[in-house]
Design a protein around this ligand. Sequence first.
Ligand code: G3I
Length: 448
Amino acid sequence: MNMMLRRLSRAAAAGLVAAAALTAAAHSAEAADTLGSAAAGQGRYFGTAVAAGHLGEADYTATLDREFGSVTPENEMKWDATEPSRGTFTFTSADRIVDHAQSRGMDVRGHTLVWHSQLPSWVGTLGASDLRTAMKDHISGLMGHYKGEIHSWDVVNEAFQDGGSGARRSSPFQDKLGDGFIEEAFRAARAADPAAKLCYNDYNTDGVNAKSTAVYNMVKDFTSRGVPIDCVGFQSHFNSNSPVPSDYRQNLQRFADLGVDVQITELDIEGSGSAQAADYTKVVQACLAVERCTGMTVWGVTDKYSWRSGGTPLLFDGNYAEKPAYDAVLSALGGSGGPGEPGGPGEGTATCTATYTRTADWNGGYNGEVTVTAGSEPIGSWTATVTLPARQSVSALWNGTAAFNGNVMTVRPSWNGALAAGASTTFGFTVTKNGSDAAPAVGACTAS
Ligand code: G3I
């Protein structure tokens, strides 16, 4: 099922559909040059970690709602928060974040299902057989609650040791179930929510090193044996002891070449001023250079609430002012005349145009078709945006893959990216009118 529909389905259950659609449209109209909209223009999401306890702070939510297209609950979906005693699930804080995100048209990342930390003590007391059952029950209970609403889940977090050994980290899961616990967790996760992308997530795996190679070998083994894994998360917590690696892009690419998506999941970089800005630029450029890098998440909205607040590692200062790092990220994403925008430094000579036709129409919906045509040079890929009128939602899409930011749908090719000079391809979509018969607007087509 389409992401927008999934997002709306839970809102519908809560009776929030109309409000959500209207607010999402308003959000997007305001958001011409924000992190989320600029990233969506590149076919990526740009998200942040969110703490439920701060949602009552007006500046916090204003910044969150204006800038970001995806949220990750910082602590609220962890095992200690969601299943503090066996079989008793509590979703109040996580629901608060998910409801807020959905009411603003933002997507949600799930963090995290199986992790050695923030684990309630009862888990560690179980014997192997009971622990296996408890792990699978936790996965199905938590994923089941949010079924269809989470774009990507960190299924297993930080299962490898630091250092050169490439060994697995000691944990109740590792110690009692052995290496196979990771595979078992991924299989249980696929069964619990087949629509969610399933990620392995870790830190100090951002460059090519012994730890990342151990993870790489695991992912390679999983993909070769059909163990369900869709993505690898690179936390990307950087500071002077752990700087942005020079082979960051190459490392992301080698994982992508295994046939999985890569995501930057917990980005923060200690520092300030132009040096911090330059490091953020490197990270964004690395993601944009890897076709399967589907999005980036910074680990918090404002420096004042960062887990590393002393290091001022985020894009907004403690007063929610945009830092130089913010401008650098926005520019690197193609916002504000940066690379990829007309006249910007990343713009190449390859061009394309996109034209829209309504191909079918009925009471409650219509089918739209966009024809993408290469300019006078061959193109390797393209991106087209379709802005939906208020209230309308997309229920199906074919010959393309879509990312949503509010009511802006960014479509990239599924199989039909490469076009000879002057050649065309089409993608199509079905729209639910929800009382509005207005036509969508097709934005600029970007070729590469
Ligand atoms: O909620 C309690 C509060 O009631 C209590 O008064 C206070 C006293 O210490 O603690 C509060 O809980 C803290 C919680 O954050 C919420 O603020 C915990 O002590 C604290 O340990 C916890 O830290 C979180 C940390 O994970 C725990 O491992 C950070 O917020 C969170 O940013 C951090 O996130 C991790 C990712 O999940 C995985 N990757 C690394 C990343 C950074 O460490």
